[in-house]
Design a binder for this molecule. Structure first.
Ligand SMILES: NC(=O)c1ccc[n+]([C@@H]2O[C@H](COP(=O)([O-])OP(=O)(O)OC[C@H]3O[C@@H](n4cnc5c(N)ncnc54)[C@H](OP(=O)(O)O)[C@@H]3O)[C@@H](O)[C@H]2O)c1
Length: 263
């Protein structure tokens, strides 16, 4: 099975924490040259130092905000032009929307989530697709959620935007398949990252419980009875990015320890 990503260049969103950071590390360890993208420049510099460079890869970063889609896409275009590079791998990943019941969600929460998760993914994809076409190799991987299959309680805005991204992604997969560009979604289950910790804390606060009680209750409904590590999600992302996944496109891949109660 060919997992070699030498001579591939990957742009990884939300790359300074959790799933994005683990993905950047995994892609780099398979030989890819990686551009990290997130907001905080200090964290970006730290993560850059942590990336494997066994292939002599010259990794770099772009500081940009997914909540400002046009500006983020312009920064990426500028970076490509300035450095004479194109990307063959795009990981559309960023911070998740805040939790809360949908009946209490404000209009701006939906607007922000749409901008961060859908419009930015669209503009970044459009910026990168010409280079992927030229290379005859493209992998667009969207990190969304198992809520695409079964909405999760207390994550109203998130459930809504994930459905939109999944349909956007499937449409794009059909349009790009003949160009050897695949578009797939990875659906993480409960994964031990900063995001999960903050969800546990807010559930504990809302329910008057300890974070341990909330954690145990969450684990009890997962057939594997544990949370995922970010690295386990990154493994699925790296596989989909690899030459080995050449005939897989337009799918939702749950990586959730069996939690989702549907096929
Ligand atoms: N963890 C889970 O259990 C779980 C489960 C299902 C789905 N997911 C989804 O998977 C995705 C990644 O989750 P995670 O747990 O890895 O999150 P995380 O640990 O909170 O990390 C988020 C990353 O995104 C960056 N980021 C946040 N807001 C950004 C913005 N506006 N623009 C650019 N970068 C931004 C953060 O860096 P900066 O703050 O420095 O920008 C950080 O690098 C999210 O969509 C999340 O909802 C997670």
């Amino acid at each position: 099975m060919n997992l070699d990503l030498s001579n591939k260049h990957a742009l990884v969103g939300g790359a300074t924490g959790g799933i994005g950071k683990a993905s950047a590390i995994e892609l780099a360890s398979l030989g890819a040259r990686v551009t990290l993208l997130a907001r905080n420049e200090e964290k970006l510099k730290q993560c850059l130092d942590e990336l494997p460079k066994g292939n002599g890869q010259a990794h770099d970063f772009i500081a940009a905000d997914f909540a400002e889609a046009e500006s983020a896409a312009e920064k990426v275009q500028h970076h490509m032009l300035q450095n004479g590079i194109s990307y063959q791998i795009l990981i559309n990943n960023t911070g998740g929307p805040p939790g809360g019941p949908i009946t209490e969600a404000a209009a701006d929460e939906f607007r922000r989530a749409f901008e961060m998760h859908l419009i930015t993914a669209q503009l970044l994809s459009r910026a990168l697709i010409p280079g992927m076409r030229l290379a005859g190799y493209g992998r667009i991987i969207n990190v969304i959620s198992t809520s695409v299959k079964i909405p999760l309680r207390g994550l109203g805005v998130s459930n809504t935007i994930r459905g939109a991204v999944a349909n956007w992604s499937k449409t794009m997969a059909n349009e790009l398949a003949a160009d050897r560009i695949t578009v797939n979604n990875v659906l993480p289950g409960a994964t031990l990252t900063g995001r999960l910790e903050s969800i546990i804390q807010s559930k504990a606060k809302a329910g008057g419980k300890s974070t341990e009680e909330v954690s145990e209750a969450m684990k009890s409904i997962i057939p594997m009875k544990r949370f995922a590590s970010a690295g386990e999600i990154a493994n699925a992302i790296a596989f989909l990015a690899s030459p080995a996944a050449s005939y897989i496109t337009g799918i939702n891949l749950p990586v959730d320890g069996g939690r989702t109660g549907s096929l």
